[in-house]
Design a protein around this ligand. Structure first.
Ligand SMILES: [Zn+2]
Length: 405
């Protein structure tokens, strides 16, 4: 009887009861005068990770200090935190050029735009299996500044971090701080914020309205689209295009929501946010092709462009795509991506025909988004063939590797 009682007791305990939690607090003070952020990582709890190995290869981290021993190994610093509380601090250089004199990380006396996954370097963590972190990011900002991040604010400029499936939680995605203006709405269950520096000619309401038409269509393809989305926009000297991040994206203020060729940079980046995939050394065309295909297809489905204008756009891309000698390249851009859009359309047609309209390329995209991470031609083909219930002609390697006839 006693044994039965204990068995029942153990069964009644949730799994989390066996987990031990420690607190992980990231603090970042933004300093426009020095162009840096003073960052501190603080761990506290009964039991802490044994070792954190920080990858400093981007060269943006300096002045590393800790109350417990640090070892330097090339571009890595190894931190052995000692409980019940241990801290590591450093200075992070905010300005960073992304070629052609434009920045993907920048601070002025009025605002800063950067990615928190750069502010906190990538790291590998050795910790006992039952250990879990409870993480927050607290910002220390100049007077009159405020901030937007794709996280819930739990105190003044203090954000609760989430990172599903990770035991050691790091902040990720875009952030904007400063004298900023933002507009927020809940679109089909997605808490959406559009934020930009004050005083710039930015159409926050237009962007929000555009998203309220198109996000619901995107969510039909990707039902697990993040529940929170931050769109950061600004003018020069920021990067003159779009850049996706976790639950967030950056878009240059001069970029139209729909381009001359009717594709949409912002929907393109939203597809990257939704899928979270990257190519292997010859599969970038799948990542970029899907994003560009849906940047037209979502507009067609939402009624933002008519079938006729959609067909014309597809024809234009097909013509451009003939300049691509092969799709199987490390980087996909221009004619390679244009041709990849045609392949996606072909794959969709084949799947619809073979399944009697029951399946489509949406099933493939959803499958990739469920797995995230690196995509290969093999994985893409497997998902497409599963949806079609047979081989897909458009995905024969020979056709992808040679110029289009
Ligand atoms: Zn892209």
């Amino acid at each position: 009887m006693l044994r039965l009682f204990f068995t029942l007791l153990v069964l009644a305990l949730p799994l989390s009861a066996f987990a031990e939690t420690y607190d992980l607090l990231y603090r970042a003070g933004l300093d426009p005068d020095s162009g840096t952020a003073r960052v501190e990582i603080q761990l506290s709890g009964k039991e802490l990770p044994h070792e954190l190995s920080l990858n400093l290869s981007s060269g943006r981290y300096a002045d590393l200090k800790s109350d417990s021993p640090l070892e330097q190994e090339g571009d890595r610093v190894i931190w052995h935190p000692k409980g019940p509380e241990s801290k590591l601090s450093y200075r992070f250089t905010i300005d960073e050029k992304k070629g052609s004199g434009h920045y993907d990380s920048y601070i002025t006396k009025d605002w800063a735009i950067l990615r928190t996954d750069k502010l906190i370097p990538p790291m590998s963590v050795v910790a006992a299996k039952h250990l879990r972190s409870r993480a927050e990011l607290a910002l220390d900002l100049p007077q009159d500044w405020s901030a937007n991040l794709p996280y819930a604010e739990v105190g003044k400029y203090r954000f609760k971090l989430v990172d599903q499936g990770r035991r050691f939680i790091r902040p990720k995605g875009w952030m904007i701080a400063g004298r900023i203006g933002s507009r927020q709405d809940v679109i089909d269950g997605i808490n959406t914020t559009v934020a930009a520096p004050l005083g710039e000619n930015i159409h926050r309401q237009d962007i929000l309205a555009f998203l309220s038409y198109n996000l619901p269509e995107l969510k039909k393809v990707f039902p697990h689209f993040p529940r929170r989305l931050l769109v950061v926009t600004a003018g020069n000297p920021m990067w003159r295009g779009g850049l996706s991040g976790t639950r967030s994206l950056f878009m240059h203020a001069d970029r139209p929501m729909i381009s001359g060729n009717r594709t949409s940079s912002i929907v393109h980046e939203l597809v990257h946010v939704a899928t979270g995939i990257r190519g292997d050394k010859q599969s970038d065309w799948i990542v970029e092709g899907l994003a560009e295909y849906y940047s037209l297809e979502i507009l067609r489905r939402s009624g933002a462009i008519s079938q006729r204008r959609f067909d014309e756009a597809m024809d234009g891309l097909a013509k451009w795509g003939r300049e691509a000698p092969s799709l199987l390249r490390k980087r996909s851009s221009g004619p390679i991506t244009a041709r990849a859009v045609g392949v996606m359309r072909e794959v969709d047609r084949e799947i619809r025909a073979a399944s009697g309209g029951k399946a489509s390329i949406d099933d493939v995209a959803r499958g990739l988004a469920a797995e995230r991470g690196e995509v290969t031609l093999k994985k893409f083909r497997q998902l497409a063939e599963k949806a079609a219930g047979g081989p897909i002609e458009a995905l024969q390697v020979e056709r992808l590797r040679t110029p289009e006839k």
